[in-house]
Design a protein around this ligand. Structure first.
Ligand code: GTP
Length: 370
């Protein structure tokens, strides 16, 4: 890239000459069955579709021009965000009829790009990264691509991305038990527009596994911006529950949330009976009902769900309109929309209940008492 076009300090009043592309076309298989009805970036987190937290962060960094790269359940995004004006954004939608993967999804928006600098976001990342600093790093290095690399405590679960003394990426290393660095790809990139044009058109490609390694092999200038900020990929139920709780408690940053943040967040029209305990960043959606003496710890309760008296819900998601019966126990589980869990059932350790499924009273237990 040329010149100092993005060197302006981030000031929300002065839009940067940078376009944001947010990849939101994935099927979200790891979050099934919740994603059967709602695409992952639209799942409610701390009362808002997850994507709204990301879009607010983009807007706060001074970027107003956004392209949503959609595929799976594409219409849901436009119905909710429209032209983006309510968020101070101008949003365009570019939809793949067949999913093209993360690299193909970036290439597919090429004709809608009007700035030379493009910031690309995975649509499921919750992070406190300073986007202006990533852009400045890109400019200072005269890079073709700059990746946000975040340092994590245990990099073994991710591919790692080492850099040299100048911050230039030296390799993309697949998941291994012995990673050479704690820097991982955080799913936010700055691209020069000319590089996007080089990605093969109308072809399914992965940006992480194919596009980046190819750029490196071809001698392109690929740099990293490294930090150790809050970072979470919301792709699994465990991460989704943690990320939501962190938003509620103010541990995860989001310009979309203002005011007091505490142990729980109860939305309009929800009813919480006396003696119910809501802790650990629990969220209760609109019109949901929580019965007497129920205990919710790090629970994500979607709109219209019912948790009956004495039930316990820990680190779990309860879908739209689902019901958890009296004295049932849900721990590390996912209960999809409209499911009905009978009294005293116990669902533990990664249990997933599909939409509308009914489990009778006492129908699943881990213990022998009833
Ligand atoms: P899993 O199926 O659980 O792996 O989730 P996913 O489909 O969302 O895949 P992944 O988490 O790897 O995707 C990272 C980001 O890219 C997410 O924000 C996805 O919505 C998005 N994405 C994934 N595949 C595509 C695609 O084919 N097209 C577009 N436009 N975006 C995609």
């Amino acid at each position: 890239m040329t010149g100092s076009e993005v060197s302006t300090p981030a000031d929300p009043a002065t839009p940067l000459p940078v376009q944001a592309v947010v990849l939101v076309g994935g099927q979200g298989t790891r979050l099934r069955p919740l994603t059967l009805s709602t695409p992952k970036p639209m799942l409610p987190t701390a009362g808002l579709p997850f994507l709204q937290h990301l879009l607010s962060r983009i807007r706060s960094a001074g970027i107003t021009d956004v392209i949503l790269s959609t595929s799976y359940k594409a219409s849901v995004f436009e119905e909710y965000f429209g032209d983006g004006s309510k968020l101070g954004l101008s949003i365009q939608y570019v939809t793949e009829s067949e999913p093209l993967g993360t690299g193909g999804g970036i290439r597919n928006v090429y004709d809608s790009i009007k700035h030379d600098t493009v910031m690309v976001f995975n649509g499921d990342v919750l992070s406190g990264c300073d986007l202006g600093a990533v852009l400045r790093t890109h400019e200072e290095n005269d890079a073709d691509v700059t990746l946000h690399l975040v340092r994590v405590g245990d990099p073994r679960a991710y591919g790692s991305v080492p850099t040299d003394d100048e911050g230039r990426v030296t390799a993309f290393i697949e998941k291994t038990q012995d990673p050479p660095t704690d820097q991982i790809n955080a799913g936010t990139y700055v691209f020069d527009k000319s590089i996007i044009e080089q990605i093969p058109a109308d072809t399914a490609v992965s940006v992480e596994r194919q596009v980046f390694p190819t750029l490196l092999r071809n001698g392109n200038r690929v740099y990293g911006y490294v930090d150790a900020t809050y970072w979470r990929d919301m792709g699994t139920p465990e991460d989704f529950v943690r990320g939501s709780a962190d938003l509620v408690r103010g541990i995860a940053p989001s310009p979309a949330l203002s005011g007091h943040r505490g142990e729980s967040l109860v939305h309009e029209g929800a009813g919480v009976a006396p003696g119910a305990l809501l802790i650990g960043g629990t969220v209760v959606g609109r019109g949901a009902e929580i019965g007497a003496r129920a205990r919710l710890d790090g629970a994500v309760v979607f709109d219209g769900a019912v948790i009956e008296a004495g039930a316990v819900v820990e680190r779990s998601i309860v879908g739209f309109g689902a019901r958890i019966g009296p004295r049932a126990l849900i721990r590390d589980g996912v209960i999809a929309d409209g499911a009905d869990i009978g009294a005293r059932c116990e669902l533990l350790r990664g249990a997933r209940v599909w939409p509308g499924v009914e489990i009778p009273d006492g129908g699943i237990r881990y213990s022998t008492d009833v």
